[in-house]
Design a protein. Structure first.
Length: 660
């Protein structure tokens, strides 16, 4: 019996196995639409064939990988394997916005899924890996083909587009016209916010009531690095050109004629000088989201322009801490927007200095360029350009840079220059569309932000882990409702975190009973879901976790199990590890029984306690036996492991987990 002979509902396990094998075969053969249909039938709230996919260990994660790979393949087919010929910069920007951005988003989500999914128990593991690699290779071929097409266009039309598409004119063309006297305008300058990621922010703007939102693409200055693009977003262009000095050792900012713009403070100063106003606050994303609307309103009240700087995406990418951090950064931008809107801001601009490439590790193409110490991964400065195969070169003077001599050279594809060592997993600096197309998102709200009337709470309990993953069961319920809310959502986005400890990273692996993407779970109201996750941190402690709403548009009281979960240690500095091993004993207050609390406090302070000492401390053998019955439940709340050992007939409770 083949997969095509079976119905939509799998009664027996062999039916799931046949369909799974057919999905893998379709993926291996690059029949991505067919593989996607098989996966969609087994995933999501409306899937009719989900029992065996949820029952077989690792199978649901495997199907999610199949679905992610299939979405990438179908997006590539929709976009076409080559950039449309005969166009100009405007046509290229339109083509990328219409179809190319969807390919890059699908590729990023596949790479995120690869980093978190557990599929070793799913069966057919090697075939699944081969199918995923087929999609990744298809992406590399597509990205290289579009990069070659864009390189040809740049050779024909020049590397600097018309002024209306340049990064250096964003402030005067977009930001300054939105500045007015009836309240501040907020300009978000987000390091490495790629166009496809900004589309999510645009959708949030566009869905807000009484809002006019727009998104447009512009071309970042070359090379596409922070010291160029971020400083070019300030009003530093004079006569369409940028004043810089020698760049053999890198860019040191741009001159305004009075001072050099080279860091966040000088960018803020240049913007303030251009628009005026009593103040021009410079805030980070954390400065915004860590405050309430009232506090923000006081700090921005006299400003015509507020500059919000965000480096989360670039920092996470360079550190290689996990692609799911990109989703958290986007959610933080949306949360900052919502808070500022509640503070009375009605005009917003979101833009970026450059995008980035995810070159797929060992699948990345590397090409030589002189000595390994000469180039950066995606560009190099040279005094004289040579006609080298696989490279494109442009005079710095042709890029509108005054007093800059020589050339800047790029690979003509998504290849990396050979700099030695393993290829990085996050790069920028080149001339590919992924790096060079930057978003310019605007939102103008006609009125104040509306208030939600419904509030939600989370109830959760720990379940047994599987395949190296922790597991919890949770339900999101309506906690209170002050009025009828006919447009109440059926789903609310939630994320998992370790409260109060930013050194611990939560890696979401799988979810049952809800749709999820990256690190966000779309939890249905009133229905149980199961969340599988790992915890990574500087030392092997045990920590609480909680589900929370990653924005402010919905009021959710965070909640999680009383039990603690083990953290898998990762490489950390001695200082970070020591910071993680604090002597916090606040967890003891979660133990209601006074006697049991004293026992655990003794173990925390001294490392162990014998059964005889427990009996003495609790006052009777009966109380000691009651403690032994409750031990597993209570010990799960401790930030360290406690084992029971018997040596020479003496039973002891012994603490593990270093000096915490």
């Amino acid at each position: 019996i083949g997969a095509s002979d079976l119905g939509e509902v799998d009664t027996f396990r062999f039916e799931e196995e046949r369909v799974f094998a057919a999905g893998l075969e379709a993926l291996e053969a690059s029949r991505f639409a067919e593989a996607g249909r098989y996966a969609d039938a087994r995933l999501g709230a409306t899937a009719r064939s989900g029992f065996w996919a949820r029952t077989i260990p690792g199978r649901e994660s495997a199907w999610r990988l199949v679905a992610a790979a299939a979405r990438l393949g179908t997006a590539i087919e929709a976009a076409g394997l080559s950039l449309p010929e005969g166009g100009d910069f405007a046509a290229v920007a339109d083509a990328y916005a219409a179809k190319g951005a969807a390919v890059d988003r699908a590729h990023r989500l596949l790479e995120q899924a690869r980093g978190t999914a557990i599929v070793s128990l799913a069966g057919e593991f090697e075939r699944l890996r081969v199918g995923i690699e087929a999609a990744r290779l298809a992406y590399r071929d597509w990205a290289d083909a579009w990069a070659r097409g864009f390189s040809r266009l740049c050779r024909t039309h020049g590397f600097l587009p018309a002024a209306s598409l340049q990064q250096r004119t964003v402030f005067d063309d977009v930001v300054k016209p939105l500045v007015a006297d009836d309240g501040p305008t907020v300009c978000f300058l987000i390091d490495a916010l790629r166009y496809e990621m900004a589309e999510e922010i645009f959708r949030a703007f566009d869905e807000a009531t009484g809002t006019t939102a727009k998104i447009a693409a512009r071309f970042a200055e070359l090379p596409t690095v922070t010291e160029v693009g971020m400083n070019a977003l300030a009003p530093v262009a004079r006569g369409g050109r940028l004043a810089t000095g020698a760049v053999a050792d890198g860019f040191a900012g741009f001159s305004t004629g009075e001072f050099r713009v080279h860091d966040p403070e000088t960018r803020r100063r240049a913007m303030h000088d251009r628009v005026g106003g009593g103040t021009c606050p410079l805030l980070t994303l954390d400065d915004v989201v860590d405050r309430d609307a009232t506090s923000l309103k006081r700090s921005i009240g006299r400003a015509r322009l507020v500059v919000v700087h965000g480096r989360e995406i670039d920092v996470a990418g360079e550190a290689g801490v996990g692609l799911d951090e990109f989703d958290r950064a986007v959610r933080k931008i949306k949360a900052a927007w919502q808070l500022l809107r509640e503070a009375g801001v009605r005009r917003f601009v979101v833009t970026s200095d450059h995008g980035f490439l995810l070159p797929m590790g060992p699948l990345a193409t590397v090409q030589p360029h002189g000595r390994r110490i000469d180039p950066k991964p995606r560009y190099a400065f040279v005094p004289v350009a040579a006609a080298t195969a696989g490279e494109v070169a442009v005079p710095l003077a042709d890029l509108g840079y005054d007093a800059a001599e020589g050339f800047v050279v790029f690979p003509e594809t998504t290849a990396l220059f050979d700099t030695g060592g393993r290829p990085p997993l996050f790069i920028h600096g080149g001339n590919s569309l992924q790096e060079r197309l930057i978003p310019v998102v605007t939102a103008v709200h006609r009125g104040k932000a509306g208030a939600r009337v419904a509030e939600y709470g989370v109830t959760a309990r720990a379940l047994a882990g599987v395949a190296g993953m922790h597991c919890l069961e949770a339900t999101l319920k309506v906690a209170s409702q002050t009025a009828l809310n006919f447009d109440a959502p059926e789903f609310v986005d939630v994320s998992l975190r370790a409260p109060g400890d930013e050194t611990i990273r939560v890696e979401l692996c799988d979810v049952r009973g809800a749709a999820w993407e990256g690190s966000v779970v779309r939890a249905p109201i009133g229905q149980r879901i199961e969340v599988f996750f790992r915890l990574l941190g500087p030392t092997d402690i045990r920590t609480l976790v909680e589900l929370h709403h990653p924005g402010i548009d919905v009021r959710v009281t965070p909640g999680g199990p009383e039990a603690r979960f083990a953290v898998t240690p990762t490489a950390a500095s001695p200082r970070e590890a020591q910071a993680a091993r604090s002597n916090d004993t606040g967890w003891l207050v979660t133990i209601d029984d006074v006697g049991a609390r004293q026992v655990f406090a003794h173990v925390a302070a001294h490392g162990s306690i014998t059964e005889a000492e427990v009996t003495t401390m609790l006052g009777s053998a009966r109380a000691a036996r009651r403690f032994a019955v409750q031990f597993d439940t209570l010990a799960a709340r401790a930030p360290f492991r406690i084992r029971i050992e018997t040596i020479g007939g003496v039973k002891r409770y012994v603490r593990e987990g270093g000096d915490r």
